[in-house]
Design a protein around this ligand. Sequence first.
Ligand SMILES: [Zn+2]
Length: 448
Amino acid sequence: MKLTFCGGAGIVTGANYLLETGTTKILVDCGMFQGGAENKGWNQKPFLYDPKTIDAVILTHAHLDHGGRLPLLYKQGYRGPIYATPPTAELAQLVVEDSEEIMTTRAQEGGSAALYSHADVAGVGRLWRLIEYKQRQSVGDVQFQLRNAGHILGSSMVEVWAEGKKLLFTGDLGNELSPLLPPADVIDRADYVIIESAYGDRVHEPVKDRKEQLERAIEHVVKHRGALIIPSLAVERTQEILYDLDTLVEDARVPRIAVYIDSPMAAAATEIYQRHHSYLSAEGQNQIRLGDNIFEFPGLKITRTREESKAINSAPAPKVIIAGNGMSTGGRIIYHEQLYLPDSQNILLLVSYQVNGTNGRQLQEGATHIRIGEKDVPVRATILQALAYSGHADHDQLMAFVQDIQRPIQHIFTVQGDDEAAHVLATNIQDEFGINASVPKIGEVVEL
Ligand SMILES: [Zn+2]
């Protein structure tokens, strides 16, 4: 059989893998490329296959860099099933709806044309085939099942059996210490592993520290009457932060303070989390059973309309503002950044992976000025990081994940990481476990 790396290779985003046996063609993920212009340019290039010839798509999880080009696939004639867990399907539909709206607005303002239309997004909505973890499926001569990846609600790895061999696509692997989600399943056997490597060269701070970091940041803005602004992915990061804020406020570890979720999408995603609470960690489910609404607390305000969003600016400090997007490349966060970054009493707290070429990455690296639209914005606010909020496994967790898989493994491909991170992980897998490992390139085809 043949495996083609159509995206997510040597780059964090754009996950897209084509598996072909003699008779069957399966795609795992169909993500958007994100980051600087160089990354986004890939979205304009044709798919490396004819979408009409694909028999099935399996979606690992709802993030844009994994499912963001599904409507483009539909636009180009794909009408087969898209297999996913129920929360993944609901969250992914929300994510592509939001993506279409953003692209259409940009196009109307004179930017580049939207990759797809509202009708294409609605078309994707008709293709979902909902499956649970460990529910075996057959498509042609290929069998597969989803396993919990612990990354966001409903996130999956994919185990695939074809031509007598077993492949494992990890999708994004969760940070196993997340209190909100159950840890990823242990996979006992695989001939080939396609493993993510976003944090393949780094080790996170312990998760237990992240709540204290959040607490200290709140205390700082309370003391200095400033604003704490948090660029956050609407799906998962925001719910993790709400979950911690719920505890901090209810345990009276921080003064009661106005917390704005300035994102209609984050509000909608949080509702999906509440509806599918059986996919949460045992601890989260237990708190819900005891009657706690784990994503709500006194002082929380959700702003949906533009008017409500603008009104946050005139609300008195101290205040906390959580808005998308997580890498400060667009969304409502950039308006807050224009307003709050120039003043030293404010804090910007980074909680997500910052892709190369984004304003978020520049802030992370200590930029004293950033460019937002036409404006040059001075950065005098304190920039803090709480990377323990990362939804990704770090280097040590990825190595432990590989260690649990029985030998022999024929080959491991490290994907979904910047070149450096992917190479460090591949080298360490090879050195420590003696397993062949490599970093594929986009367009690379391997015979398995
Ligand atoms: Zn993800």
